[in-house]
Design a protein around this ligand. Structure first.
Ligand code: A3P
Length: 296
């Protein structure tokens, strides 16, 4: 999209957060009870934060008293690498009550060693890369916080995307890093796709709860808690909450820009069949034989 990027360990990371990423990598000490929400940017991180926060805290707050009703999900679940000052003041963030939930877009291999080596859980969310590309484009055009860069034309931005030169890219290495970690240790890394969540959210809420070690009890099932969490965290509900309609998170990002369309397949409104064809070939080369694939 034209934002300044820095190449580190094979990945293009946002220059704006680079120092924070290094600081996070160096200082953060994971606890076994931590939940780390990782994602490829614009793949549904906001949704994942709302869902996980609701699942983990369901015995702390009743659904109609949820902090999500008055607080943007990004304020409730901090992205670690954006908050350098946090770590400088309080490197182990030890005073946050457990289970702590954090989020990050950092590639698997760049994560602090303690996250990879402790027993903490990692939930990764990704999305059909073409929808992700379009979502990210809208987001960056709306939020001009990434210094004074001239946004690239769609063709040029797409060309760079295909070369892997984009925020947190190449997307194939980002996704395969977590995919392989999931295959190696499925108890440690849960691998989710936005499209699958869209298809059956109740199934995935149960799956996440089980993965984290908080399965729904029969009593909770009878009360319809799964469906209540699904509704609370739905795109329509969160988008229309007063707290998410105006204002900013982290000082610079418009809250409303996290809720655009929330649809699968929006890329077809922007990209040509020739672009899609080029993309299919790239996916075949990068993902062929790995077991990971997206329908285009
Ligand atoms: P679109 O731009 O395609 O609408 P992230 O949260 O990682 O920044 O991703 C943002 C994308 O997720 C946007 O996609 C946004 O609309 C969508 N989204 C946000 N909240 C959602 C929710 N509760 N349910 C489904 N999609 C959501």
């Amino acid at each position: 999209d034209g934002s300044p990027l820095v190449k580190y360990d094979g990945f293009w990371l946002p220059a704006l957060f680079f120092r924070s990423i290094l600081s996070f990598q160096k200082y953060f000490k994971a606890k076994d009870s931590d939940v780390i929400l990782t994602s490829f940017p614009k793949s549904g991180t906001t949704w994942s934060k709302a869902l996980n926060y609701s699942i983990v805290n369901r015995n702390v707050y009743a659904i109609d008293q949820s902090p999500l009703l008055t607080c943007n999900p990004h304020a409730l679940v901090p992205p670690l690498e954006h908050d350098l000052y946090y770590l400088q003041d309080n490197p182990d963030l030890g005073n946050i009550p457990s289970p702590r939930i954090f989020s990050s877009h950092i590639p698997f291999n760049v994560l602090p060693a303690s996250i990879r080596e402790s027993k903490c859980k990692i939930i990764y969310l990704c999305r059909n890369p073409l929808d992700q590309f379009i979502s990210h484009r809208h987001f960056s055009l709306k939020n001009k916080f990434q210094n004074d860069v001239v946004p690239l034309e769609l063709d040029e931005a797409f060309d760079r995307f295909c070369q892997g030169i984009h925020s947190s890219g190449p997307f194939w290495d980002h996704m395969l890093g977590f995919w392989n970690a999931h295959l190696k240790n499925p108890e440690k890394v849960l691998f989710l796709k936005y499209e699958d969540l869209k298809e059956d959210i109740a199934f995935h809420i149960r799956k996440i709860a089980e993965f984290l070690g908080y399965p729904f009890t029969e009593e909770e099932e009878k009360q319809g808690l799964v469906e209540q969490i699904a509704k609370l965290c739905s795109f329509e509900n969160l988008k229309n909450l007063e707290v998410n309609r105006s204002g900013y998170v982290h000082g610079v990002v418009e809250k409303s820009s996290f809720f655009r369309k929330g649809k699968v397949g929006d890329w077809t409104n922007y990209l040509t069949p020739a672009m899609a064809e080029r993309f299919r070939e790239i996916m075949e080369i990068k993902f062929g034989g790995t077991g990971l694939m997206f329908k285009i």
